[in-house]
Design a protein around this ligand. Structure first.
Ligand SMILES: Cc1cc2nc3c(=O)[nH]c(=O)nc-3n(C[C@H](O)[C@H](O)[C@H](O)COP(=O)(O)O)c2cc1C
Length: 216
């Protein structure tokens, strides 16, 4: 009788141990897949594509995403636009980053709560997220939404931009972003994502949207 009770306890111990192990495994799987939507997800709800673009490279990427997925496309405009001069703009952005100044937005987005997926597009500025995009992410409540960053840059990459998006959207599901080399205003190269480069961008964006399970 005592032996039977011992065997029963042993079985329970095994059961609890294997349950604990499988639930840990499950958690690991969940945390490693959070940057994509689950495979087979049908387009989950309404899409908003918000972008900042000075020389139209990021805009070209935004338009491709819009062509693939539809939704609402919105350019971020400022109450006080940046100067036309590149160097003056670089200096102003550096000051804004130092002081944490958030430039007021002229663009207003009606009923942001209608959207489930928010793409946020921006160039790299001073290896950081441009201040106007920080303004947008601070001003609008994206809690519970899927947020997807995309970027163009002058050849030095995303810098801290994607990380800052995550930090400013702590209650959103931030997916794996897209980045591509754009222009280099410093060297007089303005819009370069056009013609063959636009076709290249379209192929790359299509692959990325498939990778994150937003496109079949
Ligand atoms: C103020 C300013 C700062 C920039 N800083 C960087 C940078 O740190 N790294 C980089 O790779 N490109 C930098 N660039 C270049 C832009 O990221 C690049 O040209 C981008 O494609 C511009 O996008 P847009 O055409 O949508 O404005 C900077 C451009 C500007 C205007």
């Amino acid at each position: 009788m005592k032996l039977t009770a011992f065997m029963m306890n042993l079985r329970w111990a095994f059961f609890l141990l294997s349950w604990a192990c499988s639930s840990t495994q499950q958690q690991e799987i969940n945390t490693t897949t959070t940057s994509r939507l689950p495979p087979g997800t049908s387009m989950p709800g309404k899409v908003l594509i918000v972008y900042l673009s000075r020389t139209n490279n990021t805009r070209a990427l935004a338009e491709i995403i819009h062509k693939k997925l539809g939704g609402t496309l919105v350019a971020l405009d400022l109450v006080a636009p940046y100067p036309a001069n590149y160097q003056t703009t670089v200096q102003q952005v550096a000051r804004e980053n130092e002081t944490g100044f958030l430039p007021p937005l002229k663009t207003k987005i009606d009923s942001i709560q209608r959207y489930d997926i928010v793409f946020v597009g921006f160039p790299t500025w001073g290896m950081q997220l441009p201040p106007p995009m920080k303004s947008f992410l601070r001003q609008y409540n994206l809690t519970g939404k899927t947020v997807i960053p995309f970027n163009s840059n002058g050849g030095y990459g995303i810098g801290s931009t994607f990380q800052t998006v995550k930090e400013l959207c702590p209650k959103s599901h931030v997916l794996e972003g897209f980045t591509m080399r754009g222009g280099s205003e410093r060297d007089g190269q303005l819009l370069v994502i056009q013609g063959d480069r636009a076709q290249e961008a379209e192929r790359a964006i299509q692959n990325w949207l498939r990778t994150i399970n937003l496109l079949k």
